[in-house]
Ligand binder design. Structure first.
Ligand code: ZN
Length: 258
């Protein structure tokens, strides 16, 4: 009798605990869902450097867009991408111990941009080098080589990046290709995400090969937390990717600005 009462008491406490827990979880996910419309708060500051270029060349609606993940071929080498604030400063474990956190997110955004872009009618494909540590930047499978070939054949190579945290980074924005032929897609991405100077850091390897580099934002704070949190991860990836696709559509005059 005594034991039965005791068990009932435990069960009812546990039941209450479960109710409280589910309430907490529901509240939490509602709060996180509200982060997923891509406010500038979420991606953080955009770059503030003097920049004077303007992309005015018209491009065909069928422009072939090749989206790549920054650092996909340079893991374990110099330039493997930022580890992000969580790992570098806050003691978090990397998302995947074999690659930088930046690449982890670059890959996911790359794939979501290609997937969403196709549903919106873009002529878009994703490229993966297949090998994560190619020492020679000019090896035929690197992003650099494949992107450069894509640009030479009249396409639009776009490499996804997250910028470094804290004082190491500049913020979101498009680092344009070093060319006189910057076009309306470049202009649209810069209008949405921010505008890096034409010769940023004296001209990086990718822009010299006419590959556009899109810094989504600094891998820190709310942006990184929203990506890392399993409850808000997919929504965050999709919201960012949709913004990129929208900017591409505007540049191609396939969608009105809202
Ligand atoms: Zn990067």
């Amino acid at each position: 009798m005594h034991l039965k009462y005791f068990l009932l008491k435990i069960l009812s406490r546990f039941g209450l605990f479960l109710v409280a827990l589910s309430f907490l979880l529901i509240n939490k996910s509602t709060a996180e869902n509200s982060l997923t419309d891509l406010s500038d708060d979420l991606i953080g500051p955009s770059v503030r450097l003097n920049s004077h270029w303007f992309g005015d060349k018209e491009v065909s609606k069928t422009l072939s867009i090749l989206v790549m993940a920054g650092h996909a071929d340079s893991q374990g080498l110099a330039g493997s991408g930022t580890s992000g604030e969580a790992v570098a400063l806050k003691g978090a474990l990397p998302m995947d111990s074999k690659i930088s956190d930046e690449l982890f997110w670059n890959l996911r955004i790359r794939d979501a941009v290609a997937r969403i872009g196709k549903t919106k009618g873009l002529n878009i494909a994703a490229y993966d080098p297949g090998i994560r540590n190619i020492v020679d930047g000019n090896h035929p499978k690197t992003n650099w080589s494949v992107g450069a070939r894509h640009a030479r054949s009249g396409g639009y190579p776009l490499e996804i990046h997250f910028d470094s945290y804290g004082e190491h980074g500049f913020g979101s924005g498009l680092i344009p290709a070093i060319t006189r032929n910057l076009n309306k897609v470049d202009e649209s991405l810069a209008n949405r995400f921010g505008r890096y100077p034409l010769f940023f850091r004296g001209g990086l390897g990718a822009p010299r090969r006419e590959i556009r580099v899109l810094e989504i934002g600094k891998l820190e704070g709310r942006l990184e937390a929203s990506l890392r949190n399993i409850n808000s991860r997919e929504d965050t990836i999709n919201a960012i990717s949709l913004e990129i696709v929208k900017a591409l559509l505007i540049g191609l005059s396939m969608e009105e600005e809202d």
